[in-house]
Write a protein that binds this ligand. Structure first.
Ligand SMILES: [Zn+2]
Length: 226
């Protein structure tokens, strides 16, 4: 009996250590990426001297290649409509514990929740649709290359459901201010669209900075009536 208990203790400890190591490894990877790509200068520099940075650079290139549209279309006849966004990737966020901001926030001045459509940046499949505490109403689209595009804080969804295929430019939802609480919570921050882009490496989910990708496709906006 004693031996059995000890065996279970050892097993649990090994599993725990493995997951702790994994999370340390992930943090190191994220830290390295963050250190290397925090500024535009480094993004453009040719000295990608570590495996991690090379890998990261390859991912960014892949994503830039498959993105077809900017996620927010422009209205056909509203000259005042203006989208702004900054490089806030990995800046500190505190809701739900200290963490880095794994995305880019698109703001539209004086925007009301539920008015601006959100379109899929790529072809793919809807792999997540529904509420999460941090993301509010969110949609996850997995592209054919396996990249995960995460659109959060939506006001509402389009006509799609989980498992549906989507083509680039199709409306998947409407911009809002949902999240940071129980299902349906709104108003904890201004209306905006949070875009996250993730790659998978050895079972780890790694955030890619969407800022440079959004910069690259910012002229690829659709025009819709809204
Ligand atoms: Zn955000």
């Amino acid at each position: 009996m004693y031996i059995l208990i000890m065996l279970i203790v050892v097993l649990i400890k090994t599993t725990y250590d493995n997951s702790a190591n994994k999370s340390i490894e992930k943090n190191m990877l994220v830290e390295e990426i963050r250190a290397g790509f925090a500024s535009e200068k480094l993004e453009k520099s040719s000295s990608k001297n570590t495996d991690v940075l090379q890998k990261y650079h390859r991912w960014t290139k892949q994503v830039k290649k498959e993105v077809v549209y900017f996620p927010l279309p422009e209205p056909v006849d509203n000259a005042k409509f203006k989208i702004t966004f900054e490089n806030s990737w990995m800046l500190e966020r505190t809701y739900g514990g200290k963490r880095g901001h794994e995305g880019c926030d698109l703001m539209v001045a004086n925007s009301k929740a539920g008015t601006c459509p959100v379109v899929s940046m790529t072809d793919g499949t809807i792999t997540n649709l529904g509420w999460t505490e941090k993301g509010g109403y969110r949609i996850g689209v997995t592209s054919d290359s396996g990249t995960y595009y995460y659109y959060a804080h939506l006001h509402s969804f389009g006509n799609k459901k989980r498992g549906d295929t989507v083509i680039a430019g199709e409306v998947i939802g409407f911009m809002g201010d949902s999240g940071y609480g129980e299902e349906g919570k709104t108003g904890k921050f201004p209306v905006h669209l949070h875009v996250g882009i993730y790659k998978y490496d050895k079972g780890m989910e790694i955030s890619v900075n969407p800022y440079y990708i959004l910069q690259k496709c910012k002229r690829q906006k659709l025009k819709y009536h809204f």
